[in-house]
Design a protein around this ligand. Structure first.
Ligand code: URP
Ligand code: ZN
Ligand code: ZN
Length: 461
């Protein structure tokens, strides 16, 4: 199958030019002008005049079909990756979970089964490690060799996900030496637990207390500690879902010292704020996620961090729970509200609109933050994350002037609300190719569940 994309404005993390792209099978075969004169017959031609042609989005932080808080996230790999594709994301890296007593491979196998036959776009896995006695440490190296070179550790959720500092240090030592990466949920979960119990004992049960019991200081302390431990372990560290300026300052200070500290933020921390918890009729529960939404003043600081490369990646932490049946579990106790929110479908448009259109970041930086940097950090580059001869033909044709109003009535995520309901964004995904196959055309899903492939990732940072 040969496809010719004509006359689009190609944007990568470093380039911006008008060209044609020839795709041969799954791969970008040629980039040039007037390719129709040299390539002979093709099976399909796509006119991209007036459109941006960008690398498919990479969302390195999703939770499809995740058992959490007494329920499971409402998107599975079929519905979640379909929605991702419609939003311009062609690769996700999802978090598999090791439960106590499981080997790392047993844990991973459960997630292979969840994704197989369902994913419509390509996917990799990080592994959340919860049970790591010394005899299991070598398994980390085995997984790195099997194409799963990144692991998430939690400093939060005592009794569920939390691992102690000694375990973090040991894991970082092994993973760092083998060229892998520890992703850290950085929050002082032990102190937070005390704050939560204290609030509940005082009868403070509403959603807003989720935010009030998870202060920015607790996140900043976690980030500081994670980086300090990684320094002692001689290992890089990647801070997930960084939400506030206090935590960002810790990453900045480390990077200024030349330490290999990386961090991502998410659209919810750039566009939503803690006043959302005040919504009536329990609607504040829609925004119960961890870390919580912060004071609005943090948003411009995060954009500054994104501009200056103290934050390298924008992921979604897509972890949807329906308002009616799932968030409801915590109506009388905020600590029982399943933590997480939807977003995988809206990331590219939100960041294009809030970043490029609002002149906070350049077009190149938009591509870097939503695709290229994640490909590099998580061992997918240059197969993914750029438009270049030899790279996978994961391509988004993006209309930079089309507007759309985000709504649960029209989104494709399997969740009964949208955190950005009513927000009008400029910049919409029109056509999407994954390894040369058209999965979205004219904003309609044309892909197939099961066509997504597992990506064995390398160790490069
Ligand atoms: O609230 C969140 N973020 N839920 C997903 C799990 C996590 O910590 O990333
Ligand atoms: Zn987390
Ligand atoms: Zn997450």
């Amino acid at each position: 199958m040969k496809t010719l994309i004509q006359n689009g404005h190609v944007v990568t993390a470093i380039d911006s030019y008008t060209a044609d792209i020839l795709i041969d099978g799954p791969t970008i075969a040629m980039i040039g002008v007037h390719l129709e004169k040299v390539v002979g017959a093709v099976d399909k031609t796509i006119d991209a005049t007036g459109k941006l042609v960008i690398p498919g989005g990479i969302d390195p932080h999703t939770h499809m079909d995740l058992p959490f808080g007494g329920t499971s996230s409402s998107d599975d790999f079929e519905t979640g990756t379909r929605a991702a594709a419609l939003g311009g994301t062609t690769t996700i890296i999802d978090f598999a979970v090791q439960y106590r007593g499981q080997s790392l491979n047993q844990a991973l196998d459960v997630w292979f089964a969840k994704a197989e036959g369902k994913a419509a776009i390509d996917y990799g896995f990080h592994l959340i490690v919860t049970d790591l006695p010394d005899q299991r440490l070598p398994e980390l190296k085995t997984l790195i060799q099997q194409g799963v070179p990144s692991f998430k550790l939690f400093m939060a959720y005592p009794g569920v996900f939390l691992v102690d500092d000694g375990t973090i240090f040991k894991a970082m030592s092994v993973v760092g030496e083998a060229g892998g990466l520890i992703c850290m949920h950085a929050e002082n979960g032990v102190v937070i637990d005390v704050l939560v119990k204290r609030a509940l004992a005082e009868g403070k049960t509403a959603p807003k207390y989720h935010a009030l019991t998870r202060p920015a200081r607790a996140e900043a302390e976690g980030v500081h500690r994670a980086i300090a431990i990684s320094e002692m372990a001689n290992s890089p560290v990647y801070i997930v879902h960084l939400s506030c300026n206090e935590a960002l300052k810790e990453v900045q200070a480390a990077r200024d010292l030349g330490l290999p500290a990386y961090a991502e933020t998410c659209p919810q921390y750039l566009f939503l704020d803690d006043t959302y918890y005040e919504q009536e009729d329990f609607e504040g529960a829609k925004y119960v996620m961890t870390p919580p939404l912060r004071d609005k003043a943090n948003q411009e600081q995060l954009w500054k961090g994104l501009r200056g490369n103290d934050l390298q990646v924008i992921s979604t932490d897509h972890c949807p729970f329906c308002f009616k049946e799932q968030k409801e579990l915590g109506r009388d106790d905020f600590s029982k509200i399943p933590n997480g929110g939807p977003g995988v479908e809206n990331r590219m448009s939100l960041i294009f609109d809030g970043g490029v259109v609002q002149k906070r970041i350049s077009l190149n930086r938009f591509v870097e933050l939503t695709s290229t940097a994640a490909a590099k950090i998580f061992g997918l580059f240059p197969k993914k994350g750029t438009i270049a001869v030899g790279s996978d033909a994961d391509i988004v044709i993006f209309d930079p002037s089309l507007q759309e109003t985000i709504s649960a009535k029209t989104h494709h995520m399997r969740v009964d609300y949208n955190a950005y309901e009513g927000r009008t964004v400029c910049g919409v995904t029109e056509t999407v190719l994954v390894r040369g196959n058209v999965v979205v055309e004219g904003r309609i899903f044309k892909g197939r569940a099961g066509n997504g492939r597992f990506l064995k990732r390398s160790t490069s940072v």
